[in-house]
Design a protein around this ligand. Sequence first.
Ligand code: SF4
Ligand code: SF4
Length: 82
Amino acid sequence: MALIITDECINCDVCEPECPNGAISQGDEIYVIDPNLCTECVGHFDEPQCVEVCPVDCIPKDPDHVETKEELMEKYNRIING
Ligand code: SF4
Ligand code: SF4
């Protein structure tokens, strides 16, 4: 499933450049993840890179965007094939 950034985000900006899908951007108040682009890093890395670097641990899974590993891989393929 896609991940989501909670309001505990401190706008430190370290996650944005780490996302292999360009899914993270600065929102109105905090950073946001585009669920259409977040594959949980499936296809690129074994672990979600944003979670690895976030200093305040504010990037849980988004229960509103539940997806299987297979669906995440299909999303990855859609993204890389444009
Ligand atoms: Fe980007 Fe991976 Fe974080 Fe999803 S889990 S937002 S693809 S870095
Ligand atoms: Fe916010 Fe965490 Fe990203 Fe920093 S790494 S901008 S605290 S979500």
